[in-house]
Design a protein around this ligand. Structure first.
Ligand code: 13P
Ligand code: SF4
Length: 305
């Protein structure tokens, strides 16, 4: 173990802290995390941990979600400027206006949103449970889904439900078109193609129906690979998930669908700023209590489903 990792381990013990990290965090951050997970698993872990302190190895909205769930804990965001093109795309004033104009409307927001947006939301969802959340909604109400229009189109295809979509995208995943997937199917005839539903191609019915393609959250991809007899997988999501895929499946082969699918925001979390946060408390997420308790409702609904 190198020196910085040793210092992190010692401080974690002293402060009864845990490190939660997403699969897109840099590999060295993944390696020192107590738990790795997709957005859903990380929310569930934050909700039930007995630690006094959570250090979040991910972008800021993830740490903020943990702080909404854990008012009695100290939640640290080592890179508080680590943003997300989805979370940045929603103006709360426009969302509030939609609510006013649709008194019987239902707002479903992806977890990649700010606390202020969650406070205007009826149901939260992640890529792992978005279909289930939308299927559970009562018929006959207008639904606004945001901010990821690619995930929204995917849910509409799978559930047959009509929704109004916010015009947001993940800048990392939006580059993956149906053509890129068709090319991969041809180039790697023995491989399964793992696609995150934030990709541009996610509303393409022919891809959804293709038996060699799996649309899934990051954790869904890991489960599929572990259970599959196949040897080769084309990966259409942020490329550092391959670190964990390889660790868990050393005998299998993982090919990024395009080179350089990298979320620069996730890479802002480093061992150095994790250590600094643990030492000084830098990056503590502090939320107004009225906002926090309102933002909690859609997350609790999701977790109870
Ligand atoms: P999941 O891990 O929930 O699939 O989310 C992907 C993502 O883009 C997080 O920012
Ligand atoms: Fe946001 Fe996309 Fe980065 Fe995830 S990969 S944090 S959705 S910009």
């Amino acid at each position: 173990m190198n020196n910085i990792a040793e210092q992190i381990t010692r401080l974690k013990k002293e402060k009864n802290a845990i490190i939660l990290a997403h699969y897109y965090a840099p590999p060295e951050v993944q390696d020192i995390a107590d738990h790795l997970g997709d957005s859903l698993a990380l929310s569930q872990l934050a909700a039930k941990t007995e630690a006094d302190m959570i250090v979040f190895g991910g972008v800021h909205f993830m740490a903020e979600t943990a702080a909404i769930l854990c008012p009695d804990k100290t939640v640290l965001s080592p890179a508080p400027d680590a943003g997300c093109s989805l979370a940045d795309s929603v103006e709360t004033a426009r969302l509030a206006k939609w609510r006013e104009e649709h008194p019987d409307g239902i707002v479903v927001s992806y977890v990649n949103t700010t606390a202020a947006v969650k406070a205007l939301t009826d149901w939260c969802c992640t890529s792992a449970n978005a279909v289930k959340v939308v299927e559970s909604l009562p018929e006959g109400h207008p639904i606004l889904f945001g901010p990821d229009k690619n995930l929204g189109r995917h849910i509409m295809q799978v559930t047959g439900r009509k929704m109004e979509l916010w015009d947001g995208v993940c800048k990392v995943h939006d580059v993956i078109t149906s053509q890129a997937v068709t090319d991969a199917l041809e180039k790697y005839p023995d491989a399964d193609i793992l696609i995150h539903p934030e990709c541009e191609c996610s509303g393409d019915k022919s891809l959804i129906e293709n038996g060699r393609i799996l649309f899934a959250s990051t954790a869904g991809m890991l489960r599929h690979v572990a259970a599959s007899p196949k040897k080769t997988f084309v990966v259409a999501t942020e490329s550092d998930i391959i670190h964990e895929l390889k660790k868990k499946n050393p005998e299998k082969v993982f090919i990024p669908i395009v080179p350089g699918m990298c979320c620069d925001e996730m890479k802002k979390v480093t061992l150095e700023n994790i250590l600094e946060s643990l030492e000084t408390g830098k990056g503590r997420v502090v939320l107004d209590e009225t906002l926090r308790s309102r933002a909690l409702l859609p997350i609790q609904r999701m977790l109870a489903l």
